[in-house]
Design a binder for this molecule. Sequence first.
Ligand SMILES: [Zn+2]
Length: 74
Amino acid sequence: MDCQTAINMIDPYLDGELEKEICLEFQKHVDGCPSCRTQFRSSKKSVNLMQLVFSDSAPPADMKHKLMDKLRSG
Ligand SMILES: [Zn+2]
């Protein structure tokens, strides 16, 4: 696997879209290639960050309803 291929596979790899064999090829390349490893780490970090942000900003719909009930009954 060359670097260009590996870079292109970072996203599908993180999404779990790659076949197992290709995953292994990708991991092997990243293990032995510092520049792809750096790229992979920064992508992984931003994916984690995104998941963190999304889970934190999930609208607390239930809370809103409870608040509305409280206001009406209050
Ligand atoms: Zn590489």
